[in-house]
Design a protein around this ligand. Structure first.
Ligand SMILES: [Zn+2]
Length: 487
């Protein structure tokens, strides 16, 4: 009896101790998670911050040899909430490096395929040499020393780019060089990680934070310069070149057009200088485009909130694949838009749409890869509002106002027509239907609040939904569910 009791005790001890170690094995991870110091907090803040980021660029643009030599200094502060071990840049010219991947349509290559590219030859981060990896449309910088949260970061880069002979938003034709997204740009880091660009054949695969730009530019004296920013000075040099000093505050991007023999004209509306760099072939159309752009600036300023740049420049651009392209303070309009046979209604809409992007792209930015409907839908609806209110044109036919799933990223769309149907038409329909729910005045109030809350920042669909709910004093959940079905 005694012996069997001892064995019972031993068996019991084995079971208890075994269970204890087994439980430790199973729950060890969870116990550690609860009781030990947690991992560093996830990144919850945005980098680079628009308030604390500046680009200084020295650019030598050679429109004859189609080459850019650049020296960039990007200064920011690590506002990501965690230490940074790498930095990511978008280097868009590399999208046009290979014939098989170029986003430019075949019709844009007027003398056969011609590559465009950007090469970074040396990078210093906080005065230490850093290694930079060419991944095509992206470059990754591995930092020799991590940048602690809150620390200032200065990135110095020497780079060189080739301007391709292609009628595209980055390219050149007939003595005009178009430079959209031509320099290395810091990508955005948020709680979901780094947002890298993608090489898409349609749409705008960009997501950038606003920054302050100062640019020193060297170009041959015979060329005129249209720039995103204000040209502060032009100095002639003794070698036939000129040196320009340009400044752009809180710009989502910095774009340039350099042209030979352009006709430059301007009108001023409410203190904003609207300039045109046109060919001078159809002066009546050119004047009409200028006047309409000026009227649209005035209308959007009065309706949503002031235009904040001293100028807006329109460029008649040798560009295929797009009829218009928006940049901060600068708009490219395709040459064909100026032809007298071009549909007048379409031209009016296009100009109003591109000017509206100064509010819904430049001022309030968004991730154009993930939520392209935000800026395109609003630019479309705003253009219709302008045409209805200022030019007394009839609004869109109500029969087209069908619901479309707006929760589609650019890379999920299989064709350009799918992109146009979703981001442009679907986005526009969303605003028309919201107008039916809330009334026009409430919708305009929503947009005033949206601009006031996110001026020079970036907004997401969820941010907009909250503003709509606040203004309408109802959740509109079922309305949103109809437009945003989970992927
Ligand atoms: Zn657009």
């Amino acid at each position: 009896m005694r012996k069997s009791k001892t064995w019972l005790w031993i068996t019991l001890m084995v079971v208890v101790l075994g269970s204890f170690f087994w439980m430790r094995g199973v729950y060890g991870t969870a116990r550690n998670f609860i009781t030990t110091k947690p991992d560093p907090a996830p990144v919850t803040r945005l980098f680079p911050s628009p308030e604390e980021t500046s680009y200084h660029m020295d650019l030598k643009i050679d429109p004859i040899n189609l080459e850019i030599r650049g020296y960039s200094v990007i200064t920011s502060r690590n506002t990501s909430g965690a230490d940074l071990e790498e930095l990511w840049l978008t280097t868009y010219p590399n999208a046009l490096r290979d014939k098989t991947n170029t986003p430019a349509p075949a019709s844009a290559y007027y003398s056969g395929f011609d590559p465009g590219w950007l090469m970074i030859s040396g990078v210093m981060v906080n005065q230490s040499t850093a290694s930079c990896h060419d991944l095509g449309i992206s470059h990754r910088i591995d930092l020799p020393v991590p940048i602690a949260k809150g620390e200032t970061v200065t990135i110095e880069m020497e780079w060189k780019a080739r301007i391709p002979q292609v009628a595209y938003r980055y390219g050149s034709k007939d003595g005009v060089v178009l430079l959209g997204h031509f320099y290395p740009v810091l990508n955005v880091l948020d709680e979901s990680g780094w947002h890298t660009s993608a090489n898409t054949r349609f749409g705008d695969p960009f997501y950038t934070q606003s920054a302050d730009y100062t640019v020193r530019l060297w170009v041959p004296e015979a060329y005129q310069v249209a720039a995103s920013g204000e040209i502060l000075s032009i100095e002639a040099m003794d070698n036939g070149w000129q040196n320009l000093s340009i400044k752009a505050s809180k710009a989502r991007d910095f774009a340039l057009a350099v042209g030979y023999n352009c006709q430059v004209s301007s009108v001023t509306v409410d203190g904003v200088k609207v300039s045109g760099f046109f060919k001078g072939t159809y002066p009546a159309v050119e004047n009409q485009v200028m006047d309409r752009a000026a009227a649209a600036v005035k209308y959007y300023s009065c309706t949503y909130g002031s235009y904040t740049r001293p100028q807006l420049v329109l460029v008649q651009a040798p560009m295929k694949g797009f009829q218009g392209m928006e940049y901060s303070g600068l708009i490219f309009l395709a040459e064909e838009v100026f032809a007298p046979e071009y549909d007048e209604q379409r031209r009016a809409f296009l100009v109003a749409h591109e000017v509206a992007h100064q509010w819904w792209y430049d001022m309030v930015g968004n991730n154009q890869l993930e939520e392209p409907w935000l800026d395109e839908g609003l630019a479309n609806w705003s253009a219709r509002q302008y045409l209805k209110t200022v030019e007394y044109r009839s609004p869109q036919s109500q029969s087209q106002l069908r619901e479309i799933n707006l929760q589609q990223g650019l890379t999920e769309m299989e064709s350009k027509s799918n992109y146009l149907d979703t981001a442009y038409q679907g986005g526009e329909n969303f605003w028309y239907q919201l107008e039916e729910e809330l009334g026009e005045e409430k919708v305009l109030q929503v947009l005033r609040s949206y601009l006031a809350a996110y001026r020079f920042q970036t907004a997401k669909t969820e941010d907009l939904r909250q503003i709509i709910s606040q203004q309408s004093r109802e959740s509109l959940d079922s309305f949103f569910k109809r437009w945003f079905t989970t992927r």
